[in-house]
Design a protein around this ligand. Structure first.
Ligand SMILES: NC(=O)c1ccc[n+]([C@@H]2O[C@H](COP(=O)([O-])OP(=O)(O)OC[C@H]3O[C@@H](n4cnc5c(N)ncnc54)[C@H](OP(=O)(O)O)[C@@H]3O)[C@@H](O)[C@H]2O)c1
Length: 303
C-alpha cells in the first residue's frame, strides 16, 4: 500500500514507519524535527498550512493517510491553546475532508483523555467530558474528522515505547530512571490501559486491512495504575521497584488537569476480530526491543 504517515518524528509515527517501511510504500511527514538516514522518505510539512498540505497529497497520491501528528504535550497545549486548536482540531478536520475528496483512506489518532476519568471503563458510546485544552482540542478534532469524512477511522489510544528524544513516554521515564537508580514517583490513582507502540501499529494495520471505519477504542484490555505500570517495568527489567514511590496525582503539581480513571472498554474492537495484547505481552515486546538495541537505533535517526 502507498501510505503517508504524519507525525513521523513522533513516538507513534516513527515506530509505525520503522515497523512497516519495508512492507509498504511509506512516506513520513515531519515538521520541526528532521530524520537522518531513516529507512523511509520524509516530507517536511506544517499541517496547519492548508495549501502545502494539498500539494503534498496531490504529489504523493497515497492510498491511506495515517494521521499521528498532534500537539500532544498537554502542558504546552495549556500555554498555547490557539496553536493547540489549529493542530489538534482544525488540521485533522481539513485532512479528513481533503482525503474524502481524493478517495484516500483516513486513519485519525485520538486519545483516551477525551473522558474526565471520573468513572472509567468507557465505551465508544459514552459521553466525553474533556478537562484540559489538549483533551478539548483532540475531541473537537475527532468530531471534525467524523463529520468531514464518513469513511474515516478514528481510534482513541494510549501507548508507550521508545522515542527520538528518549523521554516521550512514561515507560522511558520509569526505565531510564530505574536504570540509573534514581527514585521516582508513580501515581496510584491514575488508571490507564497502555499498549506497546509496536503492538498498536500492528493493530492499526489490521484495522485498515479490515476496512473498519468510525470510532474505536484501541488500548490494552488489561488496565492498571501508573504506579503498577512502573512496578511491572521494574520487574521485567529486573530493576529495583522500591525506587518508585506510590503517590497521588493530586500531589504532583501538574499544570493541566489529568483524568484519574482513563480505562476504556475494547469490546467493539474485539467483536471486529482484532486481538489485543495484555500488559505482560506488551512489556515483553518492549523488553525484547530494548535488548536488541532499538532505543539506540531510534535515537540514531535524530537529525
Ligand atoms: N503518547 C501517548 O501516550 C498518547 C496517548 C493518547 C493519544 N496520543 C495521540 O497519539 C498521537 C501520536 O502521539 P505521539 O506521542 O506520537 O506524539 P509526539 O511524540 O508528541 O509527536 C507529535 C508529532 O506531531 C508532529 N507535529 C506537531 N505539530 C505539527 C504540525 N503543525 N505539522 C506537522 N506535524 C506536526 C511532530 O512533528 P515535529 O516533532 O517534527 O515537529 C511530531 O512528529 C497523537 O494524536 C496524540 O494525541 C498519544
Amino acid at each position: 500500500m502507498r501510505i503517508l504517515v504524519t507525525g513521523a518524528s513522533g513516538l507513534l509515527g516513527l515506530n509505525l514507519c520503522l515497523k512497516y517501511a519495508h512492507e509498504h510504500e511509506l512516506s513520513g511527514v515531519v515538521n520541526r524535527r528532521t530524520l537522518q538516514d531513516a529507512p523511509f522518505p520524509t516530507v517536511p510539512l506544517d499541517l496547519t498550512d492548508g495549501d502545502a498540505l494539498k500539494k503534498v497529497l496531490d504529489e504523493k497520491q497515497p492510498e491511506y493517510l495515517i494521521h499521528c501528528a498532534a500537539m500532544a504535550d498537554v502542558d504546552r497545549c495549556e500555554r498555547d491553546p490557539e496553536e493547540a486548536w489549529r493542530i489538534n482540531a482544525q488540521a485533522p478536520a481539513q485532512l479528513a475532508s481533503l482525503c474524502a475528496e481524493r478517495n484516500i483512506g483516513f486513519l485519525h489518532v485520538s486519545t483516551d483523555a477525551v473522558f474526565d476519568g471520573e468513572r472509567g471503563s468507557y465505551t465508544e458510546e459514552d459521553q466525553p467530558n474533556p478537562l484540559s485544552v489538549y483533551a478539548h482540542t483532540k475531541l473537537e478534532g475527532e468530531q471534525g474528522v467524523l463529520a468531514a469524512n464518513s469513511h474515516a477511522l478514528v481510534i482513541r489510544v494510549n501507548f508507550y515505547g521508545f522515542s527520538l528524544s528518549g523521554s516521550r513516554s512514561l515507560a522511558e521515564f520509569f526505565l531510564y530512571n530505574l536504570l540509573d537508580n534514581r527514585p521516582v514517583k508513580g501515581f496510584t490513582d491514575v488508571h490507564f490501559c497502555p499498549l506497546y507502540v509496536g503492538d498498536l501499529a500492528e493493530v492499526m494495520f489490521a484495522m485498515l486491512e479490515k476496512k473498519l471505519s468510525g470510532l474505536y477504542h484501541v488500548v490494552s484490555p488489561e488496565c492498571l495504575s501508573k504506579y503498577d505500570f512502573g512496578r511491572r517495568i521494574a520487574d521485567r527489567f529486573e530493576l529495583d521497584g522500591s525506587l518508585i514511590a506510590p503517590v497521588s496525582v493530586y500531589d504532583g503539581g501538574l499544570l493541566a488537569k489529568r483524568s484519574p480513571n482513563l480505562t476504556l472498554r475494547v469490546d467493539k474492537l474485539l467483536a471486529a476480530g482484532i486481538i489485543l495484547p495484555g500488559q505482560a505481552a506488551g512489556l515483553e515486546h518492549f523488553h525484547t526491543h530494548f535488548q536488541h538495541g532499538y532505543p539506540e537505533l531510534i535515537k540514531s535517526y535524530a537529525g
